[in-house]
Design a binder for this molecule. Structure first.
Ligand code: HEM
Length: 530
């Protein structure tokens, strides 16, 4: 009987039928939601109007902005056009049956990440969209699976391990040898990506891929390509199946080939070897040991390794790149940093800083904080509502209603640059879009208005490791070089129509400088030479 019905309809008729069902489903869901909002005395966020089915014009705008690296501008435009007094930094749009809430409101972000944590998660869609790249691991899972992954990697980040700065010194010396100190141009961004890859593999796997010696160009290009397509996939809504992904899949093959030897090494660890390194604070204990103890599944091992490598490499390299981009344009900041470093360590640049030395360098901390404020390495993020929930905000008497399945996209980049959350510009407080470590001298951001590492139970587990790596690296570089100068060469065609000399943030998954970071360095008079 069913067979007869199936045959009676042609393919286009089935498609039309499916479309009607989807539209009906969206309509019923919206009706149910409106009813709930009314009975609960809650509210929606201001709506971004759309007219085409599935809000195709919004998807198009969003993908185009992502491709041209103008997502920040688009978000600003959406808030300034559709935001209201009640809800200046939260708006929403329906894409098919899915509702997206876009926010840069710290109260809403706080609820999503911390105070109402259990009501939100990465969700099934996020897991599905990122699955080929990041699999099932700490970044992409929720609930018990996420909790187990986090517990598994936690021992890597105990104080004893991240307090050991020897790893940084080993690779920083190599990095320094690749920077010419006689005023020639060094392209820093690719050096930092190689440096942080070597540090990350050494720290996590107990052995380095040595990319400073031998540039892993194929791997670097592969990860950039995968990220680039991944960012489009994440914004594609119902167009997801139609996004071309040939280069993405090719990139994944290259990433997997870099990871494969580490997966084999994990599986080869014998019970004896594991027994010998059972103390998690031992120097020899690595992520490979932690994984070998918990699973024999090569896919699970691959997923956790790729995640940590990705988390540990790109965010830190992007921060170092932005920091030196700014230092190279701010000689007074370089002078102040150097005088702080010399006051703590003396002028012997063979002397590597210890954790207690780094702790004393307040201006260095402020410089890094300012870089992470202006250029948060995770500029956009998303969570999915796991149950119906309401979030109260001070601007409105009625709470915002969020239905199970709705997505909340939030932007740390927009949040960090909101003028209304900062003191007004003055002698001691530069406008929010300017780089000024001095603003931190007498200012502490209000809770949840500065969150480069997020917050709540899923706060970045590598935060302390990353900060030490960045402080250490800046310190080592400025011990040797006293003068830096930014070099901006026109780079046609890569800036979404921007002035070819202007640097910009490429906001894919990690927010990194969109153009090369070219800097001339001059060694200090008493600089050490190998
Ligand atoms: C400046 C450097 C870094 C920044 C700004 C940063 C920022 C972040 C942010 C915003 C998240 C939350 C992502 C989300 O929930 O969607 C995160 C998560 C994470 N980060 Fe970092 N990160 C940095 C460096 C590192 C390093 C060096 C490592 C490891 C070596 C690391 C490991 C992780 C892990 C494992 C998570 C997932 C935590 C979880 O979901 O429970 N991060 N990071």
């Amino acid at each position: 009987m069913l067979g007869v019905i199936f045959e009676a309809f042609s393919k286009p008729l089935w498609l039309a039928f499916a479309l009607i069902i989807i539209i009906l489903f969206s309509w019923l869901r919206a009706l149910q939601s409106t009813f709930r909002v009314k009975t609960l005395g809650a509210r929606y966020a201001p709506k971004i109007p759309t007219y085409l089915p599935f809000s195709l014009e919004f998807i198009y705008k969003s993908i185009t902005a992502a491709r041209k690296q103008r997502s920040f501008d688009l978000w600003h435009l959406l808030f300034s056009t559709y935001g209201t007094v009640d809800s200046p930094y939260t708006v929403e749009v329906n894409v098919g049956s899915r509702r997206f809430i876009l926010t840069a409101d710290h109260e809403i972000i706080k609820a999503v990440l911390a105070t109402q944590f259990s009501n939100f998660g990465k969700g099934e869609t996020f897991n599905r969209q990122f699955h080929d790249f990041l699999g099932d691991s700490v970044f992409t899972t929720d609930g018990k699976e996420w909790h187990d992954s986090r517990q598994l990697i936690r021992p890597l980040f105990v104080n004893q391990r991240i307090g050991d700065l020897e790893i940084f010194e080993r690779h920083a010396q190599k990095l320094l040898s690749l920077i010419s100190g006689k005023g020639e141009i060094t392209e820093l961004q690719q050096l930092f990506y190689r440096y942080t890859l070597d540090v990350a593999t050494d720290f996590m796997f107990g052995t380095t891929v040595g990319s400073l010696d031998n540039p892993q160009v194929k791997f670097a290009n592969a990860i950039s390509e995968v990220q680039s397509v991944q960012a489009i996939l994440a914004r594609s809504g119902p167009l997801y199946p139609f996004i071309p992904r040939k280069t993405y899949l090719k990139g994944l093959v290259i990433i997997n080939s870099l990871i494969k030897p580490f997966v084999s090494r994990t599986l080869d660890l014998s019970p004896d070897e594991l027994e010998k390194v059972s103390n998690t604070s031992s120097k020899e204990y690595t992520l490979l040991h932690a994984l070998a103890r918990s699973t024999r599944n090569p896919k699970k091992i691959r997923d956790e390794l790729v995640n940590l490598l990705f988390a540990g490499r790109d965010t830190t390299a992007a921060t170092l790149s932005w920091l030196f981009y700014e230092l190279a344009g701010h000689p007074s900041v370089v002078r102040k940093l150097r005088s702080e470093i010399i006051s703590v360590l003396g002028d012997d640049c063979n002397k590597a800083p210890k954790p207690e030395d780094l702790k004393k360098m307040k201006y260095l901390h402020h410089t890094v904080d300012e870089t992470l404020r202006l250029y948060p390495p995770v500029p956009f993020n998303i969570r999915s509502a796991l149950s119906d929930t309401m979030i109260a905000t001070p601007n409105s008497p009625r709470p915002l209603y969020i239905q199970k399945g709705d997505s909340v996209a939030f932007s740390t980049l927009v949040l960090h640059r909101r003028a209304d959350l900062h003191p007004p510009p003055s002698q001691s407080f530069a406008p929010v879009d300017q780089f000024s470590p001095e603003r931190w001298d007498a200012w502490t951001p209000r809770p949840w208005t500065y969150i480069p590492f997020n917050g709540g139970p899923r706060i970045c587990i590598g935060q302390q490791f990353a900060l030490r790596e960045i402080w250490f690296t800046v310190c080592r570089i400025l011990q040797r070089f006293e003068r830096l100068e930014r070099v901006e060469i026109p780079s046609p065609g890569d800036g979404g129509g921007r002035d070819e000399r202007v640097q910009f943030m490429k906001t894919e998954i990690v927010g990194t400088p969109g153009r090369k970071v070219r800097v001339r360095f001059w060694e200090s008079d008493g600089a050490c030479h190998e």
